[in-house]
Design a protein around this ligand. Sequence first.
Ligand code: PLP
Length: 383
Amino acid sequence: MSTSVAAPQGAIAVPPLNLAAGFAAQEQELIAELTAIAKSGQYILGPKTAAFEQALAQYCHAKHALGMSSGTDAHLAGLMAMGIGPGDEVIVPAFTFFATAGCVARVGAKPVFCDIDPVTYNMCPKHAESLITPRTKAISPVHLYGQLADMKALMALGARRKLPVIEDAAQAIGAHQDGVGWAGAIGHFGWLSFYPTKNLGAMGDAGALLTNDDAFMQLCTKVRIHGSGHTYHHEMVGGNFRIDAIQAALLHIKLRRLEEVTLRRREKAQGYTRRFAAAGLEGEFVQTPREVFGRHVYHQYILRAKRRDELAAHLKERQIGCGVYYPVPLHLQKCFAYLGGREGQLPESERASREVLGLPIYPELSDAQQDAVVEAIAGFYRR
Ligand SMILES: *Cc1c(COP(=O)(O)O)cnc(C)c1O
């Protein structure tokens, strides 16, 4: 965030993130673990990773979890293990982080862009169904911002059309819906990201693959190390998708606090929503997030705002962190121009890219900071 603009006198600055505070909350344990690993000489995979994977699978209600070098690599490894490649199509939402579609293109398959539901910002099951062709190999919803997509409808669609559903749960660890399941462990496989800003963040890049399928887990374990079950004997072409022992061990410690972190994120989200209603902003000027499909874990707190760009500039001038996730839908990205996407094709994805604004949300956010954020937004619409 820019520090060149001074906040007005007496005003409270609200940084977009506070990763150091998350470290401080468990500093002694984390430092002790770093030292132990440094001394152990086992720096990649190993027993620390196996212990983390077991705890992670349990937390996520998945049969298996595999630690990976990033969320992107977990996704890529899963696609490789499924044998998805040239001539295949995978249906992905147009409104998401790039990696959801980038991995599909990297294995040589075609990402087919689906529009979103305007309330949850997630894949619209009806539109997804209309995009199925004989070449479709998977339906790939994202649980954007920490809320499950309509998995009941999507799993029913997959069952009806005999297509696997694969889940981008990078932003949604711990999201779940009664009778449906937990993020990443509902479909054929799912992936989590532990990028430092995610709800469970590493001190570098890391991710995980989740699945309930024993044979698929075996396959992904091989893909993670260049397709070898046995050292130097390669049954297929994989990659180096291994997780560092340091990241796995630190994540294992942070996982113990994740439920508390999630509850605090939910409190902060409710605190914003309450304040927007009290200030008379809800409906007329902004729309606050809706919790539709089970427990939302609020990786982001997303407003839909009229005059979004002006509002974002107003907040940044007042040293209030905010961010646009995401300003360009994927069908309009330059690198996907070869797929023939055009403006007007996916109206809800395009409208979301013009209207969404993420506000600071983390466990350490104070009441005074939340007041300052809502005050600043009220000030903008009062002008
Ligand atoms: C963060 C993220 C990813 C990628 O995860 P990395 O660990 O950064 O590779 C994929 N999809 C979504 C929706 C994400 O937010």
